[in-house]
Design a protein around this ligand. Structure first.
Ligand SMILES: NC(=O)c1ccc[n+]([C@@H]2O[C@H](COP(=O)([O-])OP(=O)(O)OC[C@H]3O[C@@H](n4cnc5c(N)ncnc54)[C@H](OP(=O)(O)O)[C@@H]3O)[C@@H](O)[C@H]2O)c1
Length: 263
């Protein structure tokens, strides 16, 4: 299936590595101009090199902390200045810490809100005028399968992601009028730094080797393996395309069957 994103411009947040970078690569491979953004400039050279290796030359990078209102406005303005339009917004960033409810004070909740919910609302609001102009605008939020399957210790993350699900659903009903679709991609266990720094780290703390830890995590998944970032990115690229023009207001899991929810 040809997705034909040539001439489209995508802003992919949290894209110096992991699911964001994989999504940027997939969008670029399908022909889109890609602006990647993340908070640490030092990772950009490597990320852009990975894009080039994948054959994506129409890409650039911005330093953006998604929690900052100024950064958000600048990121939208700079993307439009660089590529002349904005058609596809991929909301993404690292997630809040894992832990039990009693461990988190107001500051932790405020940080999670700014990182995983307010950033999505703000970037989407600032991007909307350009997405309307596109006629085929796309908002794609990378969230977690925990919105359908209770994941122990994910209380900060899941509370915010549930808000994103509500935001996307309601916005899809308003923005559809302008040809804009709004959808969520819910990640299962996909091997990135985030998994290495959380689930795998817990296994190492139990005295397991990395190999044992990864094998135990994989064993939880019906497909008996962790996902690859490109497997989630393929869905992002599809949702960004005209081929997905009638998919709107949904949350789609990419989790190898891990989520036990029936819907
Ligand atoms: N991987 C999984 O299995 C999995 C499962 C469920 C949900 N998710 C969710 O999917 C999303 C992406 O996960 P991932 O595995 O790709 O994470 P990751 O490997 O930790 O990558 C996170 C990316 O976001 C950037 N980032 C972090 N904080 C940022 C900020 N304040 N502003 C801008 N960029 C920021 C990071 O770059 P810098 O640090 O340089 O800014 C990096 O590029 C997260 O929300 C995560 O919770 C992932």
């Amino acid at each position: 299936m040809k997705l034909n994103l040539t001439g489209k411009t995508a802003l992919v947040l949290g894209a110096s590595r992991g699911l964001g970078l994989a999504s940027a690569i997939e969008l670029g491979r399908e022909g889109a101009n890609v602006m990647i953004a993340s908070s640490n400039r030092e990772r950009h050279a490597q990320a852009l090199a990975q894009l080039r290796e994948a054959g994506v030359t129409n890409a650039d990078a911005l330093v953006v902390d998604v929690r900052s209102q100024d950064h958000a406005q600048n990121a939208i303005d700079d993307t439009v200045a660089r590529f002349g339009a904005l058609d596809i917004l991929v909301n993404n960033a690292g997630g809040p810490p894992f832990g039990q409810f009693q461990e988190f004070d107001d500051t932790a909740w405020q940080n999670a809100f700014e990182l995983s919910f307010l950033s999505v609302a703000r970037f989407t609001r600032l991007a909307l005028p350009y997405l309307r102009r596109s006629g085929e605008g796309r908002v794609i939020n990378i969230i977690s399968f925990s919105v359908r399957h209770a994941v122990q210790g994910s209380i900060l993350s899941t509370s915010m992601r549930m808000g994103v699900v509500g935001l996307a659903k309601l916005l899809s009903r308003e923005a559809g009028h302008y040809g804009i679709t709004v959808n969520n991609v819910a990640s299962g266990m996909i091997l990135t730094d985030r998994i290495r720094e959380s689930a795998l780290k817990n296994k190492l703390a139990e005295g397991k080797t990395e190999e044992q830890g990864l094998a135990e995590l994989a064993d939880e998944v019906p497909l008996k393996r962790l996902g690859r970032p490109d497997e989630l990115a393929a869905l992002v690229a599809f949702l960004a395309s005209g081929r997905a023009g009638y998919i709107n207001g949904t949350t789609i899991q990419v989790d190898g069957g891990l989520g036990r929810g029936m819907l």
